[in-house]
Design a protein around this ligand. Structure first.
Ligand code: NAD
Length: 360
């Protein structure tokens, strides 16, 4: 009963024509920011997260506390593979939208634990889609695919219509599979589906397994950092995209996602199936990323350059965002200098560093 009360309160809508959104992976990096932004503008938000130990669980718990304390968002502790739990949630709340961000992320970890990708990104996705299919009303689904689906041998910038048949990692393969699986649920069961191909998202409350985060940690601790280089010692480059820009893209795609129409789309015609790039359109090499971090941290990095070991990384990413701009006015506004400054400021205060002079 207490649980139900918390879920209902969290799902309460505080604006006209607002939405009630189930956010999966709500204690994750992107999930926390999207949940906050939805709640701030008056939408109802209920989160679900399994708090797995892929990275620092205390960071996930701190994000949950932030959501609860400052925004009244309740995050249910549970797995998206738990069909009963999902059915119960859809029973308590008539969610209009699902923002599906729960996943096993990271390309290199797939070498160690391939099955965690199948568990969350394939089996979990299907369980969630089944729950959406059976819900009344059926929600519109917006979910995180990844720029990694472009894999190898695609010319930059990447457009949504480019080939995605050469994933370079198991992670990428599960995201590509997710695009096919969601497409099936769209045309068979009339679910409105939007897939968002995020490009290397960074910012405050970010993911400790990502390079910009672990570089910051190592630089502050005086430990060396490893910088991968591609063939012929070419620097890797990424289309680093600031979290606030990604959040705007998520909200824009939720706002334009249209309705699920049920099997056959008899009532309102076929449900939409859409895929969009959400990137920054200005790739930066990893050594340049490091030099920006050095500047903001006021500490020099100890750099080890090594050849890319061929375990899932691609040499470069670069988004073409014409489609998302046209569809919902997506326009990234934060450059890497500015975004990393905000990340470093958050990092220093979260971990109690005195501007790189050691722990407070
Ligand atoms: P994250 O790991 O911080 O967030 C994912 C959250 O999902 C975690 O809190 C985790 O505990 C939860 N989760 C995982 N499996 C679950 C399950 N089976 N049931 C319930 N909860 C589960 O990652 P993020 O960076 O916030 O990424 C969000 C989404 O965006 C993911 O789908 C990711 O693949 C995708 N994506 C992220 C990036 C990026 O650069 N951050 C780039 C491309 C795509």
């Amino acid at each position: 009963i207490q649980w139900e009360k918390q879920v209902r309160a969290s799902a309460q809508i505080h604006r006209n024509n607002g939405m009630s959104v189930l956010v999966t992976g709500a204690a994750g990096f992107v999930g926390t920011h999207v949940s906050m932004a939805l709640r701030k503008r008056g939408d109802g938000v209920v989160g679900i997260d399994n708090f797995n130990s892929y990275y620092d669980v205390s960071l996930k718990k701190a994000r949950r506390s932030l959501l609860a304390a400052s925004h009244g968002v309740f995050v249910v502790e549970g797995d998206i593979n738990d069909a009963k739990l999902l059915a119960k949630l859809f029973d308590v709340v008539a969610f209009t939208h699902v923002m599906h961000l729960a996943a096993q992320a990271g390309v290199r970890y797939a070498m160690e634990n391939p099955h965690s990708y199948v568990h969350s990104n394939i089996a979990g996705l299907v369980t969630l889609l089944e729950a959406c299919k059976s819900a009344n009303p059926q929600p519109a689904v917006v979910w995180a695919s990844s720029s990694s689906v472009y894999g190898l041998n695609v010319d930059v910038p990447f457009s949504e219509s480019d080939r995605t048949d050469q994933p370079a990692s198991l992670y990428a393969a599960t995201k590509k599979a997710g695009e096919e699986i969601t497409h099936t649920y769209n045309h068979i069961y009339g679910l409105s589906i939007t897939g968002l191909r995020f490009f290397t998202v960074y910012g405050p409350w970010g993911r400790p397994d990502m390079a910009y985060f672990s570089f910051t940690r190592n630089i502050l601790q005086g430990k060396p950092i490893t910088i991968y280089r591609g063939k012929n010692r070419v620097d890797l480059a990424r289309d680093f995209t600031y979290i606030d820009d990604i959040v705007k893209g998520c909200l824009g795609s939720l706002d334009t996602s249209g309705h699920s129409t049920g099997s056959g789309g008899k009532k309102r015609g076929p449900a939409p199936y859409r895929i969009f790039n959400l990137g920054n359109t200005s790739p930066v090499t990893v050594p340049v990323l490091v030099s920006i971090l050095e500047k903001h941290l006021k500490v020099k990095a100890k750099k080890n350059f090594v050849d890319m070991p061929g375990n899932g990384d691609v040499p470069f990413t670069h988004a073409n965002i014409t489609l998302s701009r046209r569809e919902f006015g997506y326009k990234p506004t934060t450059d890497l200098q500015t975004g990393l400054k905000k990340f470093v400021k958050w990092y220093l205060s979260y971990y109690g560093y005195n501007h790189g002079k050691g722990k407070l």
